[in-house]
Design a protein around this ligand. Structure first.
Ligand code: ASP
Length: 619
């Protein structure tokens, strides 16, 4: 038997017990003729005491860091207890030991605060995984997965596997492809998600499906994306949006409780996509803090026309706050947006200059920043005093919801960029003011996304979610009765399609989209209409999705679903910004596995078997 106990389980009550332990050497400390070794395994660390009698053997064969040792000994009470570790009351008085395997000196220290840089740790990921910090993340990941499975099992969901070697599933990214040897010249695509399969399972009558599954998307890797990532993928039949929202709100709350012992009892907040864009400048707002946008001027006009629910419709009132003062920056801008930052009116010149530089960074891309200080004595001072008197400044400040002591920040420019920039600025100020706390969790449903997005380069519509998402029932007729052709690209916003809302929803946690889904189209005609709206010919639609259109003719039930980004969910629950920390073997930002050195060239013989000739020389 290699071991009787683990390195994490022995306590005071075991004193006197004869034990065998096996694990890795964390540290060796020699004091004269006695030696202390900390032995580590997945469960913890136990101190070993090698007495004088073992000195000779130790000198002949000294254990080094990361050696694998087996020791036989007796649990004894420590004179010098260590309250910082669970086994700190005891140590093992070693009677005999055996080196099970040796280790070369590891390239970095296997400790919480390691001296290893990112690249080195990725190259030796198997050593990095020995570190407590990484292990804790993987344990959390396992706990999240188990909680999700338990909940879904209780709710009668069935875990059904779907294939990886498939035909393209459009989720808005490029496919990874795999050449087929048996079908020369042909390729499989790796699934961007199991979307069409889970819909087919609904047609087959498996009315509650889930899978914790790998998805593959060949995207340029923006920060913190992985070419292969994991989703908790779910689908249900005979449901409406409300059923899905309730079911998966339940799942996330269950995960919160199981993993973090958080009772998230309140109802998850909801807002429409338009409200999110209007009030926060993006579709995944962090609602742990306020600082809502003041729309002084905006080209986000379709909200005005079509969304009667939107409480903050840009009115003449807001526009008149800034117009007529002769301030060209505002007068010539498409959009002017402001936020009131609490308690920052006393920012120094240096601080406001720094903020101005911040918004001018290429990632934010603004030309400048206007600010108004609403001083605690009620007076106002701004960078645009030349154009606006105190009364005007006060009116703007008040409209932005500011109170004395606040700093009002204003950005002006093109609609999309400005909205994005102020949203980033809001998050940044929230972060600087400590309003985005790791241990506070705030969920949000964002609803009623636009069904289509306009793709300028191709002058056509693309599906915002994916082509299987149904329009809101009230908008189906708009889709059926109007041609998708965009005659005037300049005015695409006036095309009826730009107003069609989708039966789609995203779940947002602390400013991150953690899940998204939709109620699906389940009738062949409407699905065909959708493909046509996206500019697909009938032949192309049949060629790509004939199987789905065919299945819809055999009694497809109404259905809908959602998928959660498992890696991201784990990262947020673990209080980390990086999903990589929660993946055992992640890729780097160039999509490489630096440990395996993949991707890499393949043999000429393999190419030959596949009948593939390369255009570039592979290295
Ligand atoms: N397949 C979708 C995605 O990966 C999720 C869904 O609609 O269920 O985003």
């Amino acid at each position: 038997m290699y071991r009787t106990h683990t390195c994490g389980e022995l306590r005071q009550q075991h004193v006197g017990v004869a034990v065998t332990l096996a694990g890795w050497v964390q540290t060796v400390r020699k004091f004269g003729s006695i030696t202390f070794v900390d032995l580590r395994d997945r469960y913890g660390i136990t101190q070993l005491l090698f007495g004088e009698e073992l000195n000779r053997q130790l000198t002949e064969d000294p254990p080094g860091r990361e050696f694998v040792l087996q020791v036989i000994g007796t649990v004894t009470e420590r004179t010098n207890k260590n309250p910082n570790i669970p086994t700190g009351d005891i140590e093992i008085k070693v009677d005999s030991f055996k080196t099970l395997n040796r280790s070369v000196t590891p390239p970095f220290t296997i400790q919480d605060d390691t001296d290893g840089g990112d690249d080195l740790r990725m190259k030796y990921r198997y050593l990095d995984l020995r570190r407590n910090a990484v292990k804790k993340n993987l344990e959390l990941r396992y706990a999240v997965g188990r909680a999700a499975r338990n909940y879904l099992h209780e709710q009668q969901f069935m875990d059904i596997e779907t294939p990886f070697l498939i035909k393209s599933t459009p989720e808005g990214a490029r496919d990874f492809v795999v050449p087929s040897r048996m079908n020369q010249g042909q390729f499989y695509a790796l699934p961007q998600s199991p979307q069409t399969f889970k819909q087919l399972l609904m047609v087959s009558g498996y009315d509650r499906y889930y899978q914790i599954v790998k998805c593959f998307r060949d995207e340029d890797l923006r920060a913190d994306r992985q070419p292969e990532f994991t989703q908790i993928d779910c689908e249900m039949s005979f449901v409406e949006q409300e059923d899905i929202l309730n079911m998966f709100e339940g799942m996330i709350k269950h995960i919160f409780k199981a993993v973090k012992n958080i009772d998230y009892t309140e109802k998850v907040e909801r807002m429409t996509w338009e409200q999110a864009m209007w009030n926060y400048g993006n579709d995944k707002p962090d609602i742990r803090f306020g600082m809502k946008l003041l729309n002084l001027k905006s080209a986000f006009t379709r909200s005005e026309r079509i969304n009667s629910q939107l409480e903050a419709v840009l009115d003449e009132g807001n526009a008149s706050l800034i117009s007529g003062a002769g301030f060209g920056v505002f007068d010539n801008a498409e959009t002017v947006l402001a936020i009131a930052v609490p308690g920052c009116s006393e920012y120094t010149r240096k601080q406001t200059d720094e903020l101005t530089e911040w918004v001018k960074r290429p990632q934010i891309g603004m030309q400048g920043l206007v600010f108004i200080k609403y001083n605690t004595d009620g007076s106002l001072k701004s960078s645009v005093d030349k154009f606006y008197n105190e009364e005007k400044l006060k009116a703007i400040a008040t409209a932005a919801g500011a109170v004395p002591g606040d700093l009002i920040l204003i950005l002006a420019g093109r609609e999309e960029r400005t909205r994005k920039a102020i949203s980033e600025l809001r998050l940044e100020m929230g972060r600087r003011l400590g309003l985005r706390k790791d241990n506070e969790f705030k969920l949000l449903w964002v609803l009623d996304f636009p069904l289509f997005e306009y793709a300028e380069e191709e002058n056509r519509w693309v599906a915002r979610h994916h082509p299987f998402t149904s329009p809101k029932p009230s908008d189906i007729s708009v889709m059926i009765n109007n041609s998708p052709v965009i005659e005037n690209p300049e005015k695409y916003l006036e095309h009826p399609y730009s107003n069609i809302k989708a039966n789609a929803y995203d779940m947002v946690l602390n400013g991150n989209e953690i899940g998204g889904g939709s109620i699906r189209i389940f009738q062949r005609e409407l699905q065909e209409k959708m493909f046509a709206a996206l500019g697909m010919s009938q032949e192309e639609a049949l060629h790509k999705f004939g199987f789905l259109l065919g299945a819809f003719e055999y009694g497809a039930p109404p259905h809908g679903g959602i998928a959660f980004g498992f890696d991201r969910l784990c990262a947020i629950l673990g209080g980390s910004e990086s999903i990589r920390d929660f993946i055992a073997f992640p890729k780097n930002n160039s999509g490489r596995d630096v440990m395996l050195d993949a991707p890499s060239a393949i043999d000429d013989q393999q190419l030959e078997e596949l009948s593939i000739a390369l255009k570039v020389e592979s290295r």
